[in-house]
Design a protein around this ligand. Structure first.
Ligand code: PHE
Ligand code: ZN
Length: 870
């Protein structure tokens, strides 16, 4: 793990592999401390050259090497590579390695945790199993045989189909798997353990029967039904929307407690963080149910976008992730409320992706330079990547997009390709020129579209001017104008969308911005219209237009686009909050009053469109507000947001109480109507507590006692965070008593403690970390305490004495030697010092420098820390 001075790899340095591997035969003899792996590969030289065969390998012991069955010893070996000089152009290489899975806390390669063996190979984990050409453009067919003790590990799983099994006299058994599809090494998987098994089946559109198997911890079978049902929905959806059918006879999903990420799309054998599989009414929230469906969908959709067509190199990661996130977003939208889903997607961009662009880690969706690939599984590559795909969907239309995707598979099935290949297919299938559009792949940063307008009463001429610019980012100084599909409409005073067939942009409700400046003019208007801008968030940009609050209220009531109604509500709240933050002593009463009038109107939506109402009645998060200012004034902004919420809570307390009382649900069901009701109920509860309503305590206690589901129980605890600390502590104590046996529920409890606003937070965090259920080895626990604190405990983390930063840095240094990947993820808030005041910047940089001083720092942290200190 110690790397002296890691070197960055560059996208422009890509070279085709010197050798190709057509077939791999692997034999695993599993043992907790001494697993042996025998890998036999059929290798061919790629082209005319005499370069050696250079295989990747890391943290493993090389036992032997044989070339065409003859043992060889004249290879050269270092910490990262095994080089073999040979003149053969086609040969068989047999490599034997030895691994210690129980010592492996990085959860990459082969690891042993909670009594089971598991692998994680994306991005570069296969090299921790054997010496190999561990790069995604080397595609091979795999046969895998696993030997292990039968009693402890009755289930031995790998990719593809099971083609043999047997029993040995010494208590061991073996199973052999064969994957008929070519795949890169990162999609390899092996799991061995004792699980409960839930099975089902799915008949594909062409009539094939696919066996579905879900492997969960013993005793957790009842919590697997939602995941299986979600999988079947995803399979049907991909057939219907994209015409894509599953291609093996079996699809396996394994849920594990120790996992660095959400889940992994290994061919035919997905491995999931148990958080995205297990659910029942008592222990999982509506959000958990939602996320399970989304992540199950995401991994399933990868079978085509990622596995059948994969990435040529890791710089192309967005090829599979941006596209697959877009697909899972469309799936979720179709399964529930489109507007609610769109709002969720946009919140991620505004809270996290804009922050990444503003930080030292800024990068394009297709990065140019990488030291540690694990650092590039980012909101930029994933979520901005999905927005880029969505813009193509907008430009090409539903049918054009589908034609493009069809052509993409026709051309590239079975291959490892680039983002350019994808865009080219979209262009060729539709004849829509995407040359300029491609800049989205190489340019980083958040574009800003500034809109101004003029109206000439006498002639009725209205002119809208759009100007785009992208501020420089840490990685890139020069920016160019992008191709931006910018949706908009003009509302008249009645709230009707104005149309004029002499202005094609107005008819299309979209202008394609391609230059720094554009102008459109509409004539013959009797009054100045209100522009409703960036409908449905048609591009990942910031918009600046000098709205009056009357105009925002007008859009809230009348825009034809539900997303924009919500967006206008958020702008109105933001305006109130920023105005209070900058002038706390002279509140703009007129502005606040008009905001309250608008809010009280939103209650009327609660019956007809509860999902939209709930979203509109929620004020922007601190993270979103932070991205709207040049310098974050922590206390002022935080307290202003709090005051505006209190104002909404107290001024409308009767409405909140009425809304609360109206949300009546029967026994728990995860269905859209009930989800909406619970959302409105818990939102109301939270406002009632914030407004110090006389009924608040009673309602909290009553709901806590009667809740038959986790959404309502957790709703109580979240609301109680705004009430008296004693009451919160008391409820949390009861909750812990009831749930201490369930790690996934306990994570919610840890997170609530860690992001609680209280003056003694730094004294309490160590208590959480010494909780008997806390372990630095388990990423879910680490994220729930340290992640929640650093990302969401605004006043605690940004304490002006630097104690919050120091606390995080201390734990990052501990985690560095345990799980570098997770350490590098939770350091993110420290790397975003650029927008804070000079004093905090200095404190944050001081901690970064302390981390940088560590002599045994992982590559993951070196990359992020050095970038942040530059
Ligand atoms: N490829 C996984 C996904 O997006 C994410 C992942 C990356 C998981 C690296 C593990 C390791 O679905
Ligand atoms: Zn993915």
């Amino acid at each position: 793990m110690t790397v002296s001075s890691p070197v960055a790899k560059k996208r422009s340095d890509y070279q085709t592999p010197d050798f190709l591997i057509s077939h791999v035969d692997m034999v695993f003899h599993l043992d907790v401390v001494k697993t042996r792996v025998i890998t036999t590969s059929q290798i061919t030289r790629n082209g005319q050259h005499d370069r050696p065969l250079v295989l990747d390998g890391e943290s493993i012991k090389l036992v032997s090497v044989a070339l065409n069955e003859d043992a060889i010893h004249d290879y050269s070996l270092n910490d990262e590579q095994l080089s073999i000089q040979t003149t053969e152009s086609t040969f068989t290489l047999c490599v034997e390695t030895e691994i210690n899975p129980s010592e492996n806390k990085t959860l990459e390669g082969l690891y042993f945790s909670a009594g089971a063996y598991c692998t994680q190979c994306e991005a570069e984990g296969f090299r921790k199993i054997t010496y190999f050409l561990d790069r995604p453009d080397v595609l091979a067919k795999y046969d895998v045989t696993i030997f292990a003790d039968k009693e402890r590990y009755p289930h031995l799983l790998s990719n593809g189909n099971q083609i043999g099994k047997g029993q040995l006299d010494d208590g061991r058994h073996w199973v052999k798997w064969q994957d008929p599809f070519n795949k890169p090494s990162y999609l390899f998987a092996l799991v061995a353990g004792d699980f409960d098994l839930l099975t089902d089946n799915f008949i594909t559109q062409s009539g094939r029967n696919v066996l579905l198997e879900l492997y969960v911890d013993k005793g957790a079978l009842d919590k697997g039904h939602h995941a299986i049902a979600s999988l079947k929905k995803a399979m049907a959806w991909d057939e219907e929307v994209f015409g894509l059918e599953y291609d093996l006879d079996i699809y396996m999903v394994v849920a594990v407690d120790f996992f660095n990420m959400g889940a992994m799309e290994n061919k035919g054998l997905n491995v999931f963080n148990s958080k995205f599989v297990l659910a029942d009414a008592q222990s999982a929230t509506d959000d958990d149910f939602f996320n399970i469906e989304a992540v199950i969908g995401h991994e399933y959709f990868h079978n085509w976008t990622g596995n059948r067509v994969t990435c040529r190199d890791w710089f192309q990661l967005s090829l599979k992730e941006g596209l697959t996130v877009f697909r899972d977003q469309q799936f979720s939208a179709d399964m529930s409320s489109p507007v609610f889903n769109r709002i969720k997607n946009v919140q991620i961009i505004r809270e996290h992706q804009f922050a990444e662009d503003a930080s030292a880690m800024a990068h394009p969706i297709r990065p140019e330079e990488v030291i540690e690939m694990n650092n590039f599984y980012t909101v930029t590559v994933y979520d901005k990547g999905a927005e880029v795909i969505r813009m193509m969907h907008t430009l090409l239309g539903v049918d054009g997009f589908r034609k493009g995707v069809d052509l993409y598979f026709e051309r590239f099935d079975g291959q490892a390709v680039t983002c350019d290949d994808f865009v080219q297919a979209m262009q060729d299938a539709t004849d829509i020129d995407l040359t300029h559009f491609r800049l989205w792949y190489s340019q980083s940063g958040t574009p800003k579209v500034t809109v101004t307008d003029t109206f000439e009463q006498s002639s009725g001429r209205y002119t809208l001017t759009f100007t785009q610019s992208t501020p420089p980012t840490a990685d890139q100084a020069q920016k160019h104008a992008l191709h931006i599909p910018f949706k908009f409409e003009l509302l008249d005073q009645q709230g009707m969308s104005i149309s004029d067939d002499s202005v094609p942009e107005l008819e299309a409700k979209m202008i394609e911005l391609t230059q720094a400046k554009h102008e459109i003019t509409v004539s013959g208007l009797s009054e100045k219209p209100t522009p409703s801008l960036l409908l449905n968030f048609s591009a990942p940009v910031k918009v600046d237009y000098p709205y009056s609050h009357q105009q925002l209220s007008h859009i809230i009531l009348h825009s034809s686009d539900e997303f924009s109604r919500w967006d206008a509500s958020q702008s109105l709240y933001s305006r109130c909050i920023h105005s209070l933050a900058t002038a706390p002593d002279s509140p703009d009463e007129e502005l606040f009053d008009s905001m309250l009038v608008a809010v009280s109107g939103m209650f009327e939506l609660a019956d007809s469109n509860p999902a939209l109402a709930a979203a509109m009645l929620s004020v922007p998060s601190f993270e979103t507000l932070s991205q709207q200012v040049d310098e974050i004034q922590v206390e002022a902004l935080y307290h202003a947001q709090r005051s505006i919420r209190n104002l909404i809570a107290t001024s409308l307390s009767e409405k909140w109480l009425a809304l609360y009382n109206k949300q009546i649900t029967g026994p728990y069901q995860y269905d859209a109507d009930d989800v909406d009701k619970r959302r409105l109920r818990n939102l109301s509860l939270s406002y009632l507590v914030q407004g110090d309503s006389p009924q608040a305590s009673e309602l909290l206690l009553a709901q806590f006692a009667s809740a038959d589901n986790m959404t309502d129980s957790l709703g109580v605890l979240k609301a109680a965070q705004y009430g008296p600390v004693d009451q919160f502590d008391h409820l949390m104590f009861q909750f812990e008593e009831r749930w201490r046996h369930d790690p996934l529920v306990l994570d919610k409890w840890f997170a609530l403690h860690a992001n609680m606003e209280r003056s003694d937070i730094l004294a309490r965090l160590p208590l959480l970390l010494s909780h008997e259920k806390f372990s630095l080895d388990n990423p879910n626990r680490v994220r729930s305490v340290l992640g929640s604190f650093a990302f969401y405990n605004v006043l605690g983390f940004h304490a002006i004495d630097g104690s919050g930063y120091q606390f995080l840095a201390d734990y990052i240094l501990k985690l560095n030697s345990v799980n570098p990947q997770v350490a590098a993820r939770i350091i993110t808030p420290l790397t975003q010092w650029q927008k804070f005041d000079p004093k905090r910047q200095e404190l944050m940089r001081y901690q970064l420098a302390r981390i940088a001083d560590c002599k045994t720092l992982s590559k993951d942290l070196i990359e992020k820390v050095t970038k942040s200190l530059n």
